[in-house]
Design a binder for this molecule. Structure first.
Ligand SMILES: N[C@@H](CCC(=O)N[C@@H](CS)C(=O)NCC(=O)O)C(=O)O
Length: 200
């Protein structure tokens, strides 16, 4: 298996999941700043021009964070990265989609990449503002989802791996986090798989 990854991006979440599985895998760095994602070499593996992408041993390339995370969780059931009943599993997917589809795509992407959506300075300020407002509301919801629990669900799951990259970005932006999210982020920083993923 090979993960296409760029440091500091959402593919960190998939790297954490792979580290949790204690399996052999390769990592190929796609340097987004250098524009590697738009070069033919990478596009021939993932025409979407984004990370993460996971090349499976049978040659299939999986893309989209939620799909990769669900595939890994389902394929390596003993890892307990997904719960075992349908409703519990769907609840993890619901959470994962909120983290990636809303907090990442409608929050952080607007703040990090407003130039992708509009050229004018004022337009970009408005887009960033939309991103910050989305984060304010959605991180509050995430804090309520976590409550006093150690993880988002009973055990560490693929959703926690996604929450980690999200909270890392929040810290990078110096956002004021609710105390339960701050403690959760600190707890996750001490997890072996996360320390290993950060060292890559
Ligand atoms: N919805 C996508 C998000 C992937 C994504 O936006 N990846 C970013 C890095 S965090 C990327 O590769 N951006 C490259 C670009 O936009 O040029 C997924 O679930 O995989």
């Amino acid at each position: 298996m090979k993960l296409f990854h760029c440091r500091g991006t959402c593919s960190l979440g998939i790297l954490i999941i792979l580290e949790e599985l204690s399996i052999e895998f390769e990592v190929e760095i796609v340097d987004l700043k250098a524009g590697d994602q738009y070069k033919d070499k990478y596009l021939s593996s993932n025409p979407k021009g984004k990370v993460p992408a996971l090349l499976l041993d049978n040659g299939t390339v999986l893309t989209e964070f939620q799909a990769i995370a669900m595939w890994l969780g389902r394929s390596f059931k003993n890892s307990n990265l997904l719960p075992h009943t349908l409703m519990e599993e769907i609840k993890v997917l619901e959470c994962l989609d909120y983290l990636v589809g809303t907090i990442h795509m409608r929050g952080f992407t607007m703040i990090f990449m407003p130039h992708k959506f509009v050229k004018t300075n004022t337009g970009q300020i408005e887009i960033k503002d939309f991103g910050f407002k989305t984060l304010e509301a959605s991180l509050k919801i995430l804090s309520e989802m976590l409550g006093d629990n150690v993880y988002l669900f009973n055990e560490f799951s693929v959703a926690d791996a996604a929450a980690f990259y999200i909270l890392n970005w929040a810290v990078r932006l110096d956002l004021k986090l609710a105390s339960n999210l701050q403690n959760y982020h600190n707890r996750l920083l001490g997890r072996k798989s996360i320390m290993k993923a950060l060292r890559h």
